[in-house]
Design a binder for this molecule. Structure first.
Ligand code: KDG
Ligand code: MG
Length: 403
C-alpha cells in the first residue's frame, strides 16, 4: 500500500492568496489539493495542519472513500466551508496520487471522457454597457461560445463582477473589508438593456450568462428573469440567497430563465431540495469547497436523476489545482453543463505548473498521470501571504446587504 508519510500545508500569494495541501507517500509519490477559502485562508490552513494532517500519517493513500468518511463522520462537527474545504484538499491530493500510481489521468479513473473537451464560459465586464459589449466581442472572436456579462450600474461607484483590471478579477481587496453600495431598482433596469445590446452585437450563437450574486429577493429575481427571457439567457446565477432552498419556488413560478446556484455550497445537503424539486437547472458546487472530487461526484450523480447539470465555479480564487481537478471531473461526468473560466495571473500560473490547456472556448485537463498540476514550492516561498478580505455591501441608507 502507498503509505502517507507526510502532508504539508503551503501558503503562498502569487498575485493572490492560495492554500495548497501536498501529501507524500513512502515511495515518494506526491499529490496536491487546493484548500483556498477566499478571505478565510488561514482558518483552513490551521484546520488542516492542526486537526487533519496528524490523522493522515500512516494511512493507505489508496483508500480515498474511507479517508473521506473518516474526516467527515469522524469530525463529529459535520459540513461547513472550513471543514469541507480541508476534506476537499485531502481528497483531491489522494486522487492525484492514485492517478500517478496508476499511470493514468484522473478522468480515466472516473470512468473516462464523456466528451472531447470541456466547454467554458469566460467573463466580459465593463463599467458601461458599451465597454462590456466590446469585451464580449473580443472573447467571441477568440472562439468563446459562452460569455458571462456584468456591467456597472449607473450612479454606483462599484458593482459586483466589474473588476478594476480588465483581465484579472480580484474581489478580495483590503486588509479590512471594503464597502460597496447597492441599488436594486437601478440594477434591474440596466441588465435587460445589457442583454438587448449583447444580442444585437453578438448574435444568437453565443450563450450569455449573468451572476446576480445573491442580491435579489425571489420576486425581484422573477421579474428580472421575465425581462431577460426574450434574450434567452443561458443562466441566471445566485438569483437570491439560497439558505432557504424553497425561495426558488417563487422564482420558478415567474420565469423560465434557467437558474444556477451553488458556488458557496459545501455539501449535497445545501442543494438537496433545490435539486429534487427541480428548482434549479445547474449546480455550481466545485471541487475545493464541496468536499473534493469524491463528494462532487455524489452531488452530480444525484443531480443527474433530476436533469440538473453541473456548472463548476471557476473564479481566480480557486487555484490551478482546483481548476485541474474540476476539468477531470467535467470531462468525465455525464451531466456536465458548463465550466467557469477566469484566467489566472502569470505569477499564479508559474507557481502552479499545469497540463490543462485552453483553445477557443474549450479546455482539456491534459493526459499526464494524476491531475497534471503541481506547486513549485521554491517559487511559492517568494510570495508571502497577505491578509485580504472580501468586500461587504450596503444599501444606500446604510443597511447591510448580501455581497
Ligand atoms: O471568492 C468569491 C468569488 O469567487 C466570487 O465572487 C466569484 O461569484 C463569483 C463567480 O461566479 O465566479
Ligand atoms: Mg458567482
Amino acid at each position: 500500500m502507498p503509505k502517507i508519510v507526510n502532508a504539508r500545508v503551503i501558503i503562498t500569494s502569487p498575485g493572490r492568496n492560495f492554500v495548497t495541501l501536498k501529501i507524500e507517500c513512502d515511495d515518494g509519490t506526491t499529490g496536491v489539493g487546493d484548500a483556498t477559502l477566499n478571505g478565510r485562508e488561514l482558518a483552513v490552513a490551521s484546520y488542516l495542519a492542526d486537526h487533519v494532517v496528524p490523522c493522515l500519517i500512516g494511512r493507505d493513500a489508496h483508500r480515498i472513500e474511507d479517508v473521506w468518511q473518516y474526516l467527515y463522520k469522524g469530525a463529529y462537527w459535520r459540513r461547513g466551508p472550513v471543514t469541507m474545504t480541508a476534506i476537499a484538499a485531502v481528497d483531491t491530493a489522494l486522487w492525484d496520487i492514485k492517478g500517478k500510481l496508476a499511470g493514468l489521468p484522473v478522468y480515466q479513473l472516473l470512468g473516462g471522457a464523456s466528451r472531447e473537451a470541456v466547454t467554458v464560459y469566460c467573463h466580459a465586464n465593463g463599467t458601461s454597457i458599451d465597454d462590456t459589449i466590446a469585451a464580449a466581442l473580443e472573447y467571441q472572436q477568440q472562439g468563446f461560445r459562452a460569455i458571462r456579462l456584468q456591467c456597472g450600474v449607473p450612479g454606483m461607484a462599484s458593482t459586483y463582477g466589474v473588476s478594476k483590471d480588465r483581465y484579472f478579477y480580484e474581489p478580495a481587496d483590503g486588509d479590512l473589508p471594503s464597502e460597496s453600495v447597492w441599488n436594486t431598482s437601478r440594477y434591474l433596469r440596466i441588465v435587460p438593456e445589457l442583454f438587448k445590446a449583447a444580442r444585437e452585437a453578438l448574435g444568437w450563437d453565443v450563450h450569455l450568462l449573468h451572476d446576480i450574486h445573491h442580491r435579489l429577493t425571489p420576486i425581484e429575481a422573477g421579474r428580472l428573469g421575465k425581462d431577460l427571457e426574450p434574450y434567452r439567457p443561458f443562466w441566471l446565477e445566485d438569483a437570491t440567497p439560497a439558505e432557504n432552498q424553497e425561495a426558488f419556488k417563487l422564482i420558478r413560478q415567474h420565469t423560465s430563465a434557467p437558474l444556477a446556484v451553488g458556488e458557496i455550497f459545501n455539501s449535497i445537503w445545501d442543494a438537496k431540495d433545490l435539486i429534487q424539486n427541480q428548482l434549479i437547472d445547474y449546480i455550481r458546487a466545485t471541487v475545493v469547497h464541496a468536499g473534493g472530487i469524491t463528494h462532487l461526484r455524489r452531488i452530480a450523480a444525484f443531480a443527474d436523476l433530476y436533469q440538473v447539470r453541473t456548472g463548476c465555479h471557476g473564479a481566480t480564487d480557486l487555484s490551478p489545482v482546483c481548476m485541474a481537478a474540476a476539468l477531470h471531473f467535467d470531462l468525465s461526468v455525464p451531466n456536465f453543463g458548463i465550466q467557469e473560466y477566469m484566467r489566472h495571473t502569470p505569477e499564479t500560473d508559474a507557481v502552479f505548473p499545469h497540463a490543462y490547456s485552453i483553445e477557443g472556448g474549450m479546455m482539456h485537463p491534459g493526459d499526464e498521470p494524476g491531475l497534471g498540476v503541481d506547486i513549485d514550492e521554491e517559487l511559492a516561498k517568494g510570495y508571502e501571504y497577505k491578509p485580504a478580505f472580501l468586500p461587504v455591501n450596503r444599501l444606500e441608507d446604510g443597511t447591510m446587504y448580501s455581497w
